[in-house]
Design a protein around this ligand. Structure first.
Ligand SMILES: Cc1cc2nc3c(=O)[nH]c(=O)nc-3n(C[C@H](O)[C@H](O)[C@H](O)COP(=O)(O)OP(=O)(O)OC[C@H]3O[C@@H](n4cnc5c(N)ncnc54)[C@H](O)[C@@H]3O)c2cc1C
Length: 396
């Protein structure tokens, strides 16, 4: 029997698995898909923790403030390349060349140095999908009026066959190429072609993700100018790299990962979960555990199914908090439906939204499945998943 089964291998499930495995627990993660981290830039937003904790039902308010800091510290110890502190944001670039902020970002994405730049060289890889050099240049000129912005087009032989048939090269494909042996040599050659016309030159590079790659970081450490990585449209290399690093860490600690298979139901005995039932080659297989973590990702992750009639938690039919008003007309504004999720106690165990009674003693809920928050307007998508995942792993 497993000490713990985690259902869902996104950011919350993987962090929970890593922490529990590190504590000596025998853990299985079962995940249908990769989770939303692979769509994100890999930068993590924690939001205004103090303000969010003052909201009675927000996930941050369920757990002690030091848990949020502990989750953040833990993550940075795992991945020292990710820098930042709680309560302070850092600047990075959107794929359109406008600055945005996040709390923890890979050091290569940190754009702080641009404040003092006089010239920006925007690298423009041939045929890169969703790369709009003129729009980026315009945005850069607005945000950094003290800078001259030069576009530096380049073409590499590895993608000649693609260019010949007009096939675009995604940011992910460029990022993968730069990480290969030939890619590293080519990157050196490309960067060597950039001329320095003023000493405060900064190079902005799309389709490059150096986190977790020592050889790439070494190449950039040798250039006479700082190189800043731009994030790309989803799927993004930054998010993918982090996702792969989390999986690798979990496995290196002895955790087992069953990917591509969804849990279909959970066998129950009174107020305890007993077995996760998975369909394998058409036959049901049961995995038994002492404790369970539900990190199935809410509406986007597949943990909550929404029909015209109702919103339903897909595995256990757990009662959900569903806001009375479902949507608002403002497209990018706060959307009440984002608050749909499972209410939990201070131990992250699911509770009945009406009576607040704990529903299952050996089940914890983490990440996007939790109720009463909006990752976009609260600006804390990664923060809630990371900290609740860490805490669930600590308690498993
Ligand atoms: C495009 C995009 C950009 C983002 N950008 C940022 C950002 O810049 N900063 C930030 O902080 N946050 C960002 N976020 C939010 C952040 O990525 C998410 O809040 C976080 O990754 C959610 O993690 P999670 O583990 O809670 O859920 P998910 O990542 O959704 O993971 C849930 C997992 O559960 C699995 N699952 C579901 N049902 C089952 C089942 N029955 N059996 C087994 N497995 C199941 C799913 O396949 C999935 O793997 C972004 C999100 C998106 C979509």
């Amino acid at each position: 029997m497993w000490d713990g089964i985690i259902i869902g291998g996104g950011l919350a499930g993987l962090i929970a698995g890593i922490r529990a495995s590190e504590r000596g627990k025998h853990v299985l993660i079962i995940s249908e898909g990769a989770g939303s981290l692979t769509y994100s830039s890999g930068a993590l937003n924690f939001g205004d923790v103090v303000q969010l904790r003052s909201r009675e039902n927000h996930p941050y308010a369920l757990i002690e403030e030091n848990v949020i800091q502990a989750g953040m510290d833990y993550f940075q110890k795992l991945f020292p390349d990710y820098q930042g502190v709680c309560g302070r944001t850092q600047t990075l670039f959107t794929p359109l060349g406008s600055p945005r902020t996040a709390n923890i970002i890979p050091s290569g994405q940190n754009a702080a140095v641009l404040q003092d730049a006089k010239r920006i060289v925007l690298m423009a890889p041939e045929g890169m999908k969703d790369f709009f050099s003129k729009i980026i240049k315009t945005n850069l000129k607005i945000c950094y009026p003290q800078c001259i912005v030069d576009i530096y087009p380049f073409r590499i032989s590895a993608f000649e066959a693609w260019h010949a048939i007009g096939k675009p090269v995604t940011g992910m494909e460029y990022a993968r190429y730069w990480q290969s042996g030939p890619g590293i040599a080519e990157l050196k050659r490309v960067l060597a072609g950039v001329t320095i016309t003023c000493s405060e030159t900064v190079v902005l590079f799309p389709g490059l993700a150096t986190a977790f790659s020592e050889p790439l970081k070494e190449v950039l450490s040798e250039t006479p100018f700082p190189v800043i990585e731009m994030t790309s449209f989803p799927p993004s290399a930054g998010g993918h790299n982090l996702y792969n690093a989390l999986k690798q860490k979990f496995k290196s600690l002895g955790g087992e990962l069953l990917m591509g298979t969804g849990v279909q139901r959970i066998e129950l005995q009174e107020k305890e979960c007993r077995k996760a039932i998975v369909s394998s080659k058409g036959r049901p297989t049961a995995f038994a555990a002492h404790s369970f973590i539900l990190a199935t990702g809410g509406i986007l992750g597949g943990g909550i199914e929404v029909t015209a009639e109702a919103a339903q938690e897909t595995l256990l039919g757990l009662p959900l908090y569903v806001p009375a008003e479902w949507t608002k007309s403002e497209f990018l504004g706060e959307q009440p439906y984002a608050h749909t999720g499972i209410e939990a106690d201070s131990d992250l165990r699911p509770v009945d939204p009406g009576t607040k009674e704990v529903l299952f003693e050996n089940l914890r809920v983490a990440g996007r499945m939790l109720a009463h928050w909006d990752p976009w307007t609260d600006n804390c998508g990664g923060g809630v998943s990371l900290t609740s995942g860490w805490y669930a792993g600590e308690k498993l």
